[in-house]
Design a protein around this ligand. Structure first.
Ligand code: GLA
Length: 733
C-alpha cells in the first residue's frame, strides 16, 4: 500500500497538482509541533508530516524531500483490499467497498484551539465521513477522530472497522513503550525494539480497560528512548471501553491504527444515524519520553480531566483503616484525627448502605443506596455535621453501575442487569455482583438518581468516590432489540457518558474520584468527568514507585491518588518506615488510608509535619512540570523524580532507596528541571528527626551544578527504605 501511495504522491508532486499548493496544504501547529495534511477535492487526503514545528513558509520544497509520510488519512477497505484499514463497512446490498472523495473542508478556531474538518462522501454509496484534526491551544497535543453518517433512506450500513486514527510514524530504530498490569499491580512499563510485523495493544474487559494494557503508549524514532533526549511519538485513545491499537510495522513505514475494539462489536448505522469515534490524542516530542509526558500532563490538566487546574485536598479514606466496619462513632473519630493532622477531607468508603441487606460484606447490597441506620443512626447528615464540627469536608463512596443479586434493587428490577435471559447469571465479586444495563435509558436515569439524590439531600458532600469492581459479564442487554445486541460494549459507555454529562451539568464543582478496583480506569476516556483516579488498591510504597512511575507517562500527578497506609502493608506485607511511605505519596495527590488511632505518637507527629510540608509544595507537584530523573527500573538502587513550576523558581525533588547492598555507589541525581542560571535554596521537607535534617538542607546551589553534577544523596540514602523529599526555591545568592 505504501509504495502505491508514495508513487501517487510523487506523481502529484511532479505534475504540480495537490502537493505544494498552499490552499491544499493544511498546517496545524501547537507551540512546538506541527501536523501537515494535504487535500484535493474529489480525492483522498494525505498525511505529510507530524513533528517539530514548521511554519507555512517552510512548506515550499518540503514535499520533494519528505517521503516518510504519504499515508492516506483514511485507508478504507474495498478498492485496495490489502493492508491495514481504518474503515471497513458493509452496505445493505452486501457491497463491502469504499471509495471516499473529499467534498468540502472547514477550518476554524474554538475555545480549545484549531479544528480542521474534512468531509468525504463515498462516490456511489450513501456514507459521509467527516474526519477531524484538532490542535489543542497552549499544549503540544493534537487529536483526530471520525464521524460516520448513513445518508441513505433504506437499510443499515454495518461498521466492521471504525478506527479513530491511522497515523504514520517515521520508520527508523523504533522502540515501543507500553504499560500493562493487573489488579494491585497496574502500569508496569515495558520497552522493546519494534520488529517488522504487528504489535497490538488491546483490551476486551468492557469496563476496566487500564488493568491489562493502558491505552497510552509511546514510539521512539531514534533508538532506545531516553527521558530527555530523542524524538518520541506518544498516543492515547480517549475511550474507557474496549480498544485496539495496532502498530503495523514494515521495512519502510509504521502505521498506528487506533480505535474502539471492533471485535464482537458490530455496529449497524441506520438511515440518518451518525456514529462518532472517540478521539485519538497524540504528541510528538524532541525531548524524549519526558517531553511526551509533560505535554500530556499539561493537556490533561487543561482539557483531559475535570478541575485539572484546581489543587486537590489532602484526605483520609476509611477503606484500609476500617474496611466495611463504618459507623458514626468511628467516622467521627477518623474525621477528628485527619483534621488534627492538617488534612482537609474525609472520605467514607464502602459499607455504609443497605437496609434489607446491610452491606457488611461484598456479597450483597450494591444497588440499595439507602443509609444503613444501624451503623449510621444519624444518616449522612450526622456525618456532614461531624465534618463541619472538625472543620473539614466530607466525601462518600458509591459503585453506581453495579448491583448484587442479593439486593432490593435486583429483586425489583432483575431486567436492569446485563444478562442473557435464558442462561444463568455469571456473578462477580462476592459471588453475587452483576453489571447494570446502561444501554437502557431507565437504568441511566436510575444511576443518575443515585448521585443526584445524595447531592441534593446532602449538598455538603464535596467529594464522591465512584467505583467499578467488575467487567462486563453476561453479554446481553434485556433492553436492546436483537439486532443491536452486538453494540453493548459501545452503547454501555455511551450510556455512562450521558449519565456523567447530566451529573456534571448539575454538579460542576463536586470532586469525583474515578476508581475501578484501583487503577482499572486510569485512562482519559472517563477522566474528563473526574478529578482524579485511585491509582491502585496496592498501597505498598515500594510497589507504588513503579505503578506511579508507569502512570506518570501520561497522567499528571494531580490525577493520581496516592495514600499513606499501614505497615506492614495490607497487600504485600512489607514493613516500610512512615517517612518513606509519605515521601512516595507526596509525589502524587497526597492522602491517607489508615486508622490513625492505630498509629504511634511518633508516626502521628511525623504525619502532621509531612502534611504541613506537602502544602508548601502542593502547587508544584500537582500543577507543575514533571521530570523523571532516575528510573526504579534501572538497577542503581535509587529512584528519583522532580516537579518544577513554569518559571523554574520552585521545585520539589523526591529520591528513594529502592535496593540495598552495602558500600555500593549511590548515583548522583541530576536535576533536569532546574534553570542553570538560577540558584536554589534546598530544604529537607520531611526529616525523620526535625533536629537532624539532611546534610543538603539549607544549602544554596547553582542550577548548573544541580543539572550537571547532580545532588549527592549518599548520606541521606545510605540505608534500606531511606528517602528524601526536598523543596528547592530560587534565591539570589
Ligand atoms: C475497590 C476499591 C477500594 C475500595 C473497595 C471497596 O476495591 O478500589 O479502594 O473502595 O473497592 O469495596
Amino acid at each position: 500500500m505504501k509504495k502505491t501511495l508514495l508513487a501517487l504522491a510523487v506523481a502529484a508532486l511532479l505534475s504540480g497538482s495537490a502537493f505544494g499548493q498552499s490552499n491544499r496544504t493544511h498546517v496545524l501547529s501547537s507551540d512546538n509541533s506541527s501536523l501537515v495534511v494535504t487535500t484535493n477535492d474529489g480525492a483522498a487526503a494525505y498525511y505529510q508530516y507530524f513533528g517539530p514545528k514548521i511554519q507555512d513558509k517552510d512548506i515550499a520544497g518540503f514535499f520533494g524531500i519528505n517521503s516518510n509520510y504519504t499515508g492516506n488519512t483514511i485507508p478504507a477497505f474495498g478498492l485496495h483490499s490489502y493492508g491495514e484499514k481504518a474503515l471497513a463497512v458493509k452496505f445493505p446490498d452486501g457491497n463491502m467497498s469504499l471509495d471516499l472523495a473529499m467534498e468540502s473542508l472547514n477550518r476554524h478556531s474554538d475555545d480549545k484551539g484549531e479544528l480542521l474538518e474534512l468531509t468525504f462522501r463515498d462516490k456511489v454509496y450513501p456514507l459521509v465521513v467527516k474526519q477531524y484534526f484538532r490542535s489543542y491551544k497552549d499544549t503540544d497535543v493534537f487529536s483526530t477522530w471520525m464521524e460516520l453518517t448513513n445518508t441513505g433512506k433504506k437499510g443499515s450500513i454495518e461498521l466492521l472497522t471504525f478506527a479513530s486514527a491511522c497515523m504514520p510514524v517515521t520508520r527508523a530504530d523504533n522502540w515501543l513503550t507500553q504499560f500493562h498490569g493487573a489488579w494491585g499491580s497496574e502500569s508496569w512499563m515495558s520497552e522493546e525494539r519494534l520488529p517488522n510485523g504487528q504489535a497490538v495493544l488491546a483490551d476486551k474487559a468492557g469496563l476496566r480497560n487500564a488493568f491489562g494494557t493502558n491505552p497510552g503508549f509511546m514510539i521512539s524514532i531514534d533508538g532506545q528512548p531516553s527521558e530527555n533526549k530523542g524524538e518520541v511519538f506518544g498516543g492515547n485513545l480517549l475511550w474507557s471501553g474496549n480498544y485496539k491499537t495496532k502498530i503495523n510495522v514494515d521495512n519502510n513505514s509504521i502505521d498506528v491504527i487506533s480505535g474502539i475494539n471492533e471485535e464482537t462489536s458490530e455496529i449497524a448505522l441506520k438511515p440518518g444515524q451518525t456514529f462518532v469515534t472517540p478521539e485519538f490524542a497524540m504528541t510528538y516530542s524532541t525531548e524524549g519520553k519526558g517531553g511526551v509526558s509533560r505535554a500530556f500532563h499539561k493537556w490533561g490538566r487543561k482539557y483531559g480531566m475535570a478541575h485539572g487546574d484546581r489543587l486537590h485536598d489532602i484526605l483520609l479514606n476509611s477503606w484500609e483503616g476500617v474496611y466495611m466496619n463504618v459507623n458514626q462513632e468511628v467516622m467521627d473519630q477518623m474525621m477528628g484525627d485527619i483534621a488534627a493532622l492538617g488534612g482537609e477531607l474525609f472520605v467514607m468508603d464502602d459499607g455504609w448502605f443497605g437496609d434489607k441487606y446491610p452491606r457488611d460484606t461484598d456479597k450483597s447490597s450494591l444497588g440499595d443506596w439507602m443509609v444503613n441506620t444501624r451503623k449510621l443512626p444519624e444518616g449522612i447528615k450526622g456525618l456532614t455535621e461531624a465534618a463541619k464540627k472538625h472543620g473539614i469536608k466530607f466525601g462518600i463512596w458509591i459503585e453506581p453501575e453495579m448491583a448484587n443479586t442479593t439486593s432490593e434493587l435486583f429483586e425489583k428490577h432483575p431486567d436492569w442487569v446485563l444478562s442473557q435471559g435464558n442462561r444463568p447469571l455469571s456473578q462477580g465479586r462476592g459471588g453475587t455482583q452483576v453489571v447494570l444495563d446502561l444501554c437502557n435509558p431507565a437504568v441511566q436515569d436510575y444511576v443518575f438518581s443515585i448521585t443526584d439524590n445524595l447531592l441534593t439531600e446532602n449538598p455538603e458532600i464535596a467529594y464522591i468516590k465512584w467505583d467499578c469492581n467488575a467487567d462486563i459479564m453476561n453479554y446481553g442487554s434485556p433492553y436492546l432489540p436483537k439486532d443491536e445486541q452486538s453494540e453493548i460494549y459501545v452503547r454501555y459507555h455511551q450510556g455512562l457518558q450521558k449519565v456523567l454529562d447530566r451529573i456534571r451539568a448539575k454538579y460542576p464543582d463536586v470532586a469525583i474520584q474515578l476508581c475501578a478496583s484501583g487503577g482499572g480506569r486510569a485512562d482519559y476516556g472517563l477522566l474528563p468527568w473526574f478529578d482524579e483516579f485511585w491509582t491502585s488498591d496496592n498501597t505498598d510504597a515500594y510497589q507504588r514507585l513503579f505503578i506511579q512511575w508507569g502512570d506518570s507517562h501520561f497522567y499528571p500527578a494531580v490525577a493520581q491518588a496516592s495514600h499513606v497506609s499501614a505497615s506492614p502493608n495490607h497487600q504485600t506485607g512489607r514493613v516500610v518506615p512512615i517517612k518513606f511511605r509519605f515521601d512516595v505519596a507526596m509525589s502524587g495527590r497526597l492522602g491517607m488510608e489508615i486508622q490513625p488511632k492505630n498509629m504511634t505518637p511518633e508516626e502521628l507527629e511525623f504525619s502532621k509535619r509531612a502534611i504541613a510540608a506537602y502544602k508548601d509544595i502542593r502547587p508544584v507537584v500537582q500543577l507543575g512540570n514533571q521530570y523523571r530523573l532516575i528510573s526504579p527500573y534501572d538497577k542503581g538502587a535509587v529512584a528519583a523524580l522532580m516537579y518544577v513550576d513554569d518559571n523554574k523558581d520552585h521545585a520539589a525533588v523526591f529520591a528513594y532507596r529502592t535496593d540495598y547492598l552495602h558500600n555500593q555507589q549511590v548515583p548522583k541525581i541530576r536535576l533536569d528541571g532546574v534553570d542553570p542560571d538560577k540558584y536554589y535554596l534546598i530544604r529537607d521537607l520531611t526529616p525523620a528527626n526535625p533536629e537532624r535534617p539532611s546534610n543538603l538542607d539549607g544549602k544554596i546551589v547553582s542550577g548548573r551544578i544541580l543539572r550537571n553534577a547532580g545532588l549527592n544523596v549518599s548520606r541521606s540514602l545510605g540505608r534500606p527504605w531511606t528517602s528524601l523529599a526536598l523543596e528547592l526555591k530560587a534565591v539570589n545568592p
